[in-house]
Ligand binder design. Structure first.
Ligand code: ATP
Length: 237
């Protein structure tokens, strides 16, 4: 079966900085794929390039049956590809419900949006409880749930999460990982950048290890967990 997303020879440059130097990877339908590696290894730049937030310098990105290498971010959400960027970035002075509604921007099918409200409020009862509250008053963990809930409002086929557990207490981190598994069980495919290597490999199907803008290792989650590559990728940073 063809992968849901396939990147070939992907490069991202910021002026003279070659952040991503020709990476090849794929995400199969129904998989949880994790992207691991030290700070600055090029993981965020890779995710941002997939959704058109930074330009692709070279290479191609294929999503479902389309070449999306040059697609703009706002056209990809309705097509089923959504990124939750690092750092949550909810709109603090908008209500929880208003934040969620922004995630449905560009989705014309009203029944689909109604179903998305139900799904998000079922997954996150706390967001329903607090729907009228300013998002800025939520805890860090609740803001992360809101950021993910907002992304789910577009009913993504492929959801990309950039460091979803960053800065959260261990108990909340566990909830975030449980949520990722729940979403996969509901049919969402997930690509996840994580610093929590072992914890994320425990829920993932496969992974890629980044170092210095390149992929230096890949394999099943189990193989990567046992691999010495992993410690190398972090120690070399
Ligand atoms: P982190 O976990 O810190 O986000 P990362 O693996 O996601 O790390 P990137 O954020 O993609 O790595 O960064 C890769 C390289 O690109 C780093 O050298 C970084 O300093 C550089 N970089 C990232 N964003 C920019 C930018 N907007 N302008 C210039 N250089 C950048």
């Amino acid at each position: 079966m063809a992968p849901l997303l396939q990147a070939t020879g992907l490069e991202v440059h910021y002026g003279p900085v070659e952040a991503v130097r020709g990476v090849d990877f794929e995400i199969g339908e129904g998989e949880i794929v994790v992207f691991l590696g030290a700070n600055g290894a090029g993981k965020s730049s890779t995710l941002n390039a997939l959704v058109g937030l930074v330009p692709v310098q070279a290479g191609t990105v294929q999503f479902a049956d389309s070449d999306i290498t040059k697609a703009r971010a706002e056209t990809l959400t309705p097509a089923g590809l959504t990124l939750v960027p690092e750092g949550r970035r909810v709109f603090g002075t908008l209500s929880v419900a208003e934040n969620l509604l922004m995630g449905a921007y560009g989705i014309r099918d009203k029944a689909q949006v109604a179903a998305a409200w139900d799904r998000v409020y079922t997954l996150f009862p706390i967001l329903h409880e607090r729907r009228g509250q300013f998002a800025g008053t939520l805890s860090g963990g609740q803001q992360q749930m809101l950021a993910i809930g907002r992304a789910l409002m577009s009913n993504p086929k492929l959801l990309l999460l950039d460091e979803p557990s960053l800065g959260l207490a261990p108990k909340i981190v566990e909830q975030v990982f449980d949520l990722i598994v729940t979403l996969r069980d509901q049919g969402v495919t997930l690509g996840v950048v994580e610093q929590n290597a072992m914890q994320s490999l425990a829920i993932a199907d496969r992974g890629y290890i980044f170092a210095g803008g390149r992929i230096v290792g890949s394999g099943s989650a189990q193989d990567l967990g046992e691999s010495s590559l992993l410690s190398g990728a972090y120690l070399d940073a």
